[in-house]
Design a protein around this ligand. Structure first.
Ligand code: FCB
Length: 454
């Protein structure tokens, strides 16, 4: 065992998102979001729950900020609920909605916790969805207007801005697999949605800067490193295709490379688009999407081991990559070493000015013992090994400048409802009592020591 120190200035925080924790979905003039609608549709949420109460953060915000300070967090990444600010999606601003985030920012600063604002973490105003949602270009225009309203109000104090959280999930889970709101299943819509999300990111960057002197602006992508299951050519090609679909489709345009040609050809061949061209890309879009940013946020949970389904498994041997066998409650493999490799690869291929892990964590249901203590051994280990993986990356020269644990507390895990618990802090949803888990105590020690025994 040796003590490994993080680079000077390395930032430690925790992340949440509005719909997952706030509750109070009808308070202070908030408009409906696509997640309210989605939750109300039978069969969409595994445990048939919704976000009406969640963690009651909207009313418990002061005690939650005090809890963050007690844990020693230096930064807090949260999202602003668009339907609280613009209940009709565009136009009329709801001052009570803005006032909530204003108070939150002030409280955080009072406790010396850096606010990191995500503008879009999936709660699109329902009216905009009715008008076409992300597959409609106008939704992107509305997003830029919304970004201006929030940046104008908070930009004097908030200096770290994230436009969108996870364009892959917004577009692919929302419009292709239908697992998330609004629950559509249409490739054409999904690719249009992705385009408008990334385009509105690029268009919002200068708008945010104009309202927030010295702001650092970036986007957050969820990346999934892919490894072929065998040395076969078929597995290599399936891995290329998966990486293109999941990672490059989003990183390439944001870093000025345009959409990856090989993936456009895959999509045309598979009939996902009518021809090997993207009819929704207008002149100037690719330049706008590639607006220079200050950092890239990466959400990392697991890797994928890819085997081609074009050849029978028996003919596709030997396997070279094996799962470690350890899986979280999401059934995601625990793979810290893939995080180091991913960070190095992103640095090599895209060279962002700075990198942050904007989410990393795991779901385990571990509940309080009879003595009220939450001994979440697996989660503690997960954070230790992934923080060590970050150190391996910084040792190798990757400009990784911070880490946000997902999540500050157990919350509404989208289509899974409250079944999956990702929190550093246990939430009793009946009483709303919060109990920091062992993993939270470990994280506090890491922050205080600015390093890790490993
Ligand atoms: C990410 C989301 C976050 C949370 C985690 C587990 O995809 O950004 O809101 O649901 O997964």
């Amino acid at each position: 065992m040796s003590f490994r120190r993080f680079p000077e200035g390395f930032l430690f925080g925790a992340a949440t998102s509005s719909f997952q924790i706030e509750g109070a979905t009808e308070a202070d003039g908030r408009g409906a979001s696509i997640w309210d609608t989605f939750c109300a549709e039978p069969g969409r949420i595994h445990d048939a729950t919704d976000g009406r109460r969640a963690c009651e953060h909207y009313v418990r915000m002061p005690e939650d900020v005090a809890m963050m300070a007690d844990l020693g967090l230096r930064a807090y990444r949260f999202s602003v609920a668009w339907p609280r600010i613009l209940p009709e999606g565009r136009g009329r601003v709801e001052p009570r909605g803005l006032a909530f985030y204003d108070r939150l920012v002030d409280r955080l600063l009072e406790r010396k916790i850096e606010p990191w604002v995500t503008l879009y973490h999936w709660d699109l105003p329902e009216v905009l969805s009715q008008a076409g949602g992300w597959p409609a270009r106008e939704t992107g225009d509305a997003f830029v207007e919304y970004a201006a309203v929030v940046a104008a109000r908070l930009g004097d104090r908030v200096k770290h801005w994230i436009t969108h959280n996870e364009p892959w999930c917004i577009s692919m889970l929302g419009y292709m697999t239908g697992e998330q709101a609004p629950g559509h299943k249409n490739w054409g819509e999904a690719l249009r949605a992705a385009h408008h999300v990334m385009l509105s990111h690029g268009q919002a960057v200068p708008v945010i800067r104009a309202h927030s002197a010295g702001a650092k602006v970036g986007i957050v992508v969820n990346l999934c490193p892919a490894e072929p299951a065998s040395p076969s050519a078929a597995d290599a090609d399936a891995t290329r295709a998966f990486d293109g679909f999941f990672n490059r489709w989003f990183l390439d345009p944001v870093y000025g490379k345009g959409y990856p040609r090989d993936v456009i050809e895959d999509y045309a061949r598979l009939g996902r688009i009518p021809a090997a061209e993207l009819d929704f890309v207008r002149p100037g879009d690719l330049e706008a999407m590639a607006a220079p940013t200050d950092f890239l946020g990466i959400n990392y949970y697991s890797r994928a081991v890819i085997r081609s389904d074009s050849v029978p498994e028996s003919e596709n041997a030997p396997r070279t990559v094996f799962a470690t066998g350890e899986r979280t409650d999401m059934d995601w493999e625990v793979a810290p070493q893939a995080l180091t490799a991913l960070l190095k690869r992103v640095q090599r291929d895209y060279a962002p000015a700075a990198l942050y892990i904007t989410e990393n964590g795991c779901a385990y249901a571990t509940a309080p013992d009879a003595d009220g203590h939450v001994r979440d051994v697996e989660r503690t280990r997960y954070f230790e090994t992934h923080l060590a993986a970050c150190l391996d990356a910084t040792d190798a020269g990757v400009p990784l400048q911070g880490y946000f644990a997902w999540s500050l507390m157990d919350n509404f895990e989208w289509a899974w409802g409250y079944e999956k618990r990702f929190g550093l802090v246990w939430v009793d949803y009946e009483t709303q009592v919060r109990i920091p888990k062992d993993s939270a105590h470990l994280y506090s020690r890491v922050i205080a020591a600015h390093g890790l025994e490993s």
